[in-house]
Design a protein around this ligand. Sequence first.
Ligand SMILES: NC(=O)c1ccc[n+]([C@@H]2O[C@H](COP(=O)([O-])OP(=O)(O)OC[C@H]3O[C@@H](n4cnc5c(N)ncnc54)[C@H](O)[C@@H]3O)[C@@H](O)[C@H]2O)c1
Ligand SMILES: O=P(O)(O)OC[C@H](O)CO
Length: 320
Amino acid sequence: MTGQLPVLGAGGWGTALAVAADRAGPGVRLWARRPDFAARLREVRENREYLPGVRLPAGIEIGNDLAGAVAGADWALLVVPSVGMPELLGALPRDLGVVLCAKGLAPDGGQLSEFARELGFGRVAVLSGPNHAEEIGRGLPAATVVASADLDFAHAVQRRLMSPALRLYTSSDVVGVELGGVLKNVMALAAGMSDGLRLGDNAKAGLLTRGLREISRYLQALGAQEETVYGLSGLGDLIATATSPHSRNRAAGEALARGEEAQQGGKVVEGLRTAGLLAAWASAHGHDLPIVRVVAQIAAGDLTPAQGLAELMGREAKRE
Ligand SMILES: NC(=O)c1ccc[n+]([C@@H]2O[C@H](COP(=O)([O-])OP(=O)(O)OC[C@H]3O[C@@H](n4cnc5c(N)ncnc54)[C@H](O)[C@@H]3O)[C@@H](O)[C@H]2O)c1
Ligand SMILES: O=P(O)(O)OC[C@H](O)CO
């Protein structure tokens, strides 16, 4: 890639990816939606709201002019929450390669990568894996996957972002990589609820194992490969998010179980939005996702976590 790499979105993940990209090579532009926020980032060289404690190296250009951020670039990392993705995509030139880094869904419950294609983007990739911004920002070692139907594009992303601290794998399984990250957020909410209800280690292990089976069945029904389900963006991310103190989704589930607000300050908790969209989309397309359905009902306030547990435990007897 010649020229600068635009990183569009300056939340925790966008900031961490900008720092990781700068570690891999010079030439990063970080775009923040709000002008005052961009100005503050430029001034203090730290994202105190979303990624405190990580210094933004002087080489990273920071601004809030979107057209300027992508001018001359071949492709960009899009790192706003899924709810902001349609607006951001709509404002970008269609010949720009887009790497979607959100773990969420389009407004209709479908894949964001499909949404981007329908808007006319020709080069679309997704990036997903067990990647907490707090650790990647600090340069702790991590691995992730970039998937695209256009493998040349995936390889270009891999080459640009690989560093001694971040290992990228490529894949052509966009469905598997994209939706693995989406579903794990819902499972992380469920795991957090299990923690919040103090159900113990057996319950959480059982929940995550059945959750992985639910992810596997659904993804493979949509055409994903089994190896992707058990790869970094599937099982890998499920492990990271369901056990980590950094996970917002897990923490939100725990808060819900304690009868507290699920939302963690101003930070996005994708699973809360995803659960309802996914449950509706899956059932409209004839798929039964029991854990997702129950989490969606809890997130909507239609069930308490204890009622959700009773519903899952009371399902009909079956073989594993
Ligand atoms: N935080 C992580 O460790 C991590 C890791 C991998 C993937 N992700 C995914 O990355 C995406 C972004 O998460 P994050 O952690 O950076 O979120 P965040 O809560 O840290 O920050 C969200 C950022 O998006 C901005 N924003 C909010 N609504 C917007 C909109 N409508 N349009 C444009 N910008 C908007 C906010 O101002 C803020 O800068 C999510 O889909 C998340 O699942 C996060
Ligand atoms: O903090 P979470 O739960 O939103 O998860 C962040 C990343 O997706 C982990 O890979």
